[in-house]
Ligand binder design. Structure first.
Ligand code: NAP
Length: 234
C-alpha cells in the first residue's frame, strides 16, 4: 500500500489531500497542530476504515517534528506533502511604513524553515519508499516575475521556500528523491478567502496537484507547477 504524509491537514487543502489519498486506497499519516481541535479531520479519519492515522505535529515545533520522525522510523513515505502554511490579512502591517517584523519572522518559520525541517527529518522515510516524492505547497506569489502581490512576508516566505526546494532537489537527486514546488491556485479555503477572488475549487486543486505528483519523475524534480499543470516562472 502506498503511504502519504500530509502536514497541516486539519482543514483546507491539507484536509482535501488526506480525503483524496485515502479514497484512493492510500495509507495516510495526517498531521495537524491539535487533533483534539480538528473535527473535520477526525470525521475523515473515522470514515476511512483505518487508512488515516492522525498525528499531532506543529511544524514550527522542531522537537515535535523530530519525535514524530522517531516514531515513524522504518515507515516508508511515498509522498510527503509539505502543506502547512500561514498568511495574514492585515496587508498594511506587511508593507514598508508599518512593517510587523516579528510577524514576518513567524511567517518565515512556518512557510520556509518548517517544510525544510520536516523534509530533513523524514528524508530517510521518503528515500526508502517506492515513489520517493516530496511536494511542497508554494505559491505563485513567491515567483520573482509572475506576481507582485504586495505583502513582503508571505511573498518572501514562498520565494525562499522555492529556492530551498531547488537546492533540495539537487542535493537528493542521487538518492532518487523527487522534489516539487506546487501552486494550488487561488483556492477557496480560509486562507484563499482572505483575499478577494478565490476561484479554484479545493477538490479540483488537489486533484490537479495529485496528478502532477503522480506523474513526477527525476526529469520534473526541481520544477514549479500550478495545480492545472502550467509551468510557473521562478
Ligand atoms: N488557498 C490558497 O489560495 C493558497 C494559494 C497559494 C498557496 N497556498 C498554500 O497552501 C497551503 C495550505 O493553505 P490553505 O489554503 O489550505 O490554508 P488554510 O485553510 O488556512 O489551512 C492552513 C492549514 O495549515 C495548518 N497550519 C498552520 N500553521 C501550522 C503549524 N505551525 N503546524 C501545523 N499546521 C499548521 C492549519 O492548521 P490549524 O487548523 O491548526 O490552524 C491548517 O490546517 C499553505 O502552505 C498556503 O500557503 C494556498
Amino acid at each position: 500500500m502506498l503511504t502519504a504524509l500530509v502536514t497541516g491537514s486539519s482543514r483546507g487543502l491539507g484536509l482535501e489531500f488526506v480525503k483524496q489519498y485515502a479514497a484512493d486506497g492510500w495509507s495516510v499519516i495526517a498531521t495537524c497542530r491539535d487533533p483534539a481541535k480538528s473535527p473535520l479531520l477526525e470525521r475523515v479519519a473515522a470514515g476511512a476504515t483505518g487508512r488515516v492515522a492522525v498525528e499531532a505535529m506543529d511544524v514550527t515545533d522542531f522537537g515535535q517534528v523530530d519525535r514524530l520522525a522517531a516514531k515513524l522510523k522504518g515507515t516508508a513515505i511515498d509522498v510527503l506533502v509539505n502543506n502547512a502554511g500561514i498568511a495574514r490579512d492585515d496587508v498594511e502591517r506587511q508593507r514598508m511604513g508599518a512593517m510587523d517584523y516579528d510577524g514576518w519572522l513567524a511567517l518565515l518559520k512556518t512557510n520556509t524553515l518548517a517544510p525544510i525541517k520536516v523534509a530533513e527529518a523524514l528524508m530517510g522515510n521518503v528515500a526508502a519508499s517506492g515513489k520517493k516524492t516530496i511536494a511542497a505547497i508554494s505559491s505563485t506569489v513567491g515567483s520573482l516575475v509572475e506576481m507582485d502581490y504586495p505583502v513582503y512576508p508571505y511573498a518572501t516566505s514562498k520565494a525562499a521556500l522555492n529556492k530551498a526546494l531547488r537546492l533540495m532537489a539537487a542535493q537528493f537527486r542521487d538518492r532518487g528523491v523527487i522534489v516539487l514546488a506546487l501552486c494550488p491556485g487561488h483556492a477557496k479555503t480560509d486562507m484563499g478567502n482572505m483575499a478577494p477572488g478565490a476561484s479554484v475549487e479545493v477538490d479540483a486543486s488537489i486533484a490537479g496537484m495529485r496528478k502532477i505528483i503522480a506523474g513526477a519523475t527525476m526529469a520534473t524534480s526541481g520544477s514549479f507547477t500550478r495545480w492545472n499543470g502550467e509551468k510557473i516562472s521562478w
